[in-house]
Design a protein around this ligand. Structure first.
Ligand code: URP
Ligand code: ZN
Ligand code: ZN
Ligand code: ZN
Length: 488
């Protein structure tokens, strides 16, 4: 039993001074002068903001890459998440070409269940298409707690779907009440441009950036948003990295498309100039897809859109590749595993670049780091809200904390921290996951396997209400005609 005393509760839609009593992993009471059993641990939250723990809906722990896996597994990855104030992650099952979705899902569960230190859910990527895939999408939604499927418009030859396949996946998502998540880049362009650059002798990390200009992120985002609108399927654009992609999402919203845009820690804080660094290790650490953009106005622009709900939520795309894993692409950038980290830094980055710049209120901070994800993935108000009956997944945020992000102090297993040197004002003083204090001023107190798998039901009202109403209004009918006159 735990009593959080003297803090200010901050939800997406309200702020008030109150104590919070927790028992058996659940918030049991919120108010003043709460009567608690004698053995209750009391946390003094004077000066702290009591917020729902972060929900990072975009991470890749232990993701298979070529012949190895990303270096943060579900233990070190969720430990890093908790250290940064995130109490729930959603990872991606990525089936191999031709592999059963159910078999891949079971594999991911077997990797995660014994290791996670916080609660988690799973999205499933659709990397190939067939009637079996169609059927298995149904089983995953009805029996395995999956309500979101990711498609790739890039990584030609192993993950990329073509337009008819995207059409099929979006249509199936709509039928099931699921969300279509999209990695939006034009994979055909990337392949051609990469060949050209390699022939010119450009083999280093800068070639990765040159092969993936922001226009092709915008083009693919436009295709995804257009398809989503026409099929009447909700679309979630993962890792929004550029102004071009963000502008397309804004245009889609203006046309009434149900589309969500997710910038990530890296796109809100960094620019792509690092990829030109003379030290290959440094440059390689910043390689991800779509790339971190060179245009220095991008991070602030994405934060401005996040502030006014033209972008909706934040992720990290945490995908921890070590220097030796990146070295696979030393003499050919197309062979380098892609990915940056951020599960630990996302909350502090959003606070620093959003709240400290006067763009986000603390309430909007809660919304874009937790509540909106809880609503989209249909776990609200169990998650994403400080309220009686909700899971006791909380972060006690200290607005006066000052930290400099660094590889010297981070939890992830990678050698280089892409946020190195960024000074963040505001950070998690206490983190509570499943009712247990997992971060306090003494350090981390996490337990492998303490997290639970959280099933996500389809037809989230937040996402599907408009979709269902529009579906009812749709009239698709041919013209009835009399047969043409017979010719002699
Ligand atoms: O470069 C990235 N983003 N790596 C992780 C996989 C993905 O595409 O999200
Ligand atoms: Zn992606
Ligand atoms: Zn640099
Ligand atoms: Zn990703």
């Amino acid at each position: 039993m735990l009593l959080i005393k003297g803090g200010k509760v901050v939800n997406a839609d309200e702020t008030f001074q109150a104590d919070v009593f927790i028992e058996d992993g659940v918030i049991k009471a919120i108010g003043h002068d709460l009567v608690c059993p004698r053995e209750t641990r009391v946390i003094n939250a004077d000066g702290l903001l009591v917020m729902p723990g972060g929900i990072d809906a975009h991470v890749h722990m232990q993701m298979p890459i070529f012949d190895s896996a990303t270096v943060d597994d579900f233990y070190t990855g969720t430990r890093a998440a908790l250290a940064g104030g995130t109490t729930m992650i959603i990872d991606f099952v990525v089936p191999k070409l031709g592999e059963s979705l159910l078999a891949a899902y079971d594999r991911w569960r077997s990797w995660a269940d014994g290791k996670v230190c916080c609660d988690y859910s799973l999205h499933v990527a659709i990397t190939w298409w067939s009637d079996v895939v169609r059927e298995e999408m149904g089983v995953l939604t009805k029996e395995r707690g999956v309500n979101s499927f990711k498609t790739f418009m890039a990584y030609k030859g192993y993950l990329m779907l073509n337009d008819p396949e995207l059409y099929a996946v979006f249509s199936r998502c709509k039928e099931l009440g699921a969300l279509a998540m999209v990695h939006a880049e034009n994979g055909n362009f990337i392949e051609e441009k990469s060949k050209e650059l390699l022939e010119m002798g450009i083999v280093g990390p800068e070639g990765h950036l040159m092969s993936r200009p922001e226009e092709i992120e915008g083009e693919a985002t436009n295709r995804a948003v257009t398809l989503g609108g026409l099929i009447n399927c909700p679309v979630y654009i993962v890792h929004v990295m550029s102004r071009s992609a963000a502008d397309v999402i804004v245009q889609g919203l203006k046309r009434g498309v149900v589309v969500y845009g997710e910038p990530i820690g890296a796109s809100l804080a960094l620019t792509g100039h690092h990829c030109y660094h003379a030290d290959w290790r440094h440059a390689a650490a910043y390689i991800m897809s779509p790339p971190i953009r060179e245009d220095p106005s991008t991070p602030a622009y994405l934060m401005d859109l996040l502030a006014c709900n033209l972008l909706h939520t934040t992720g990290s795309d945490h995908c921890a590749c070590s220097v030796s894993q990146k070295a696979r692409g030393y003499s050919n950038f197309t062979q380098m595993p892609n990915g940056v980290t951020g599960v630990e830094e996302r909350m502090s980055i959003v606070w620093q670049k959003g709240v400290r710049t006067g763009k986000l209120t603390p309430n909007r901070f809660v919304e874009v780091t937790s509540t909106t994800n809880a609503k989209i993935f249909n776990v609200y108000p169990r998650k994403g809200r400080v309220s009686v009956g909700s899971d006791a997944d909380l972060v006690l945020w200290d607005p006066s904390m000052v930290r400099v992000l660094s590889a010297k102090t981070h939890q992830t297993r990678v050698e280089i921290n892409v946020f190195e040197g960024i000074e963040c004002h505001g950070g998690p003083k206490y983190v509570i996951a499943g009712g247990k204090v997992v971060v306090d001023p003494e350090g981390l107190h996490v337990t492998a396997g303490a997290g639970r798998f959280v099933p996500n039901d389809c037809f989230s009202d937040f996402v599907y209400n408009r979709i269902e109403e529009r579906e009812k209004l749709k009239v698709t009918k041919g013209v009835e005609r009399s047969p043409p006159p017979k010719t002699a």
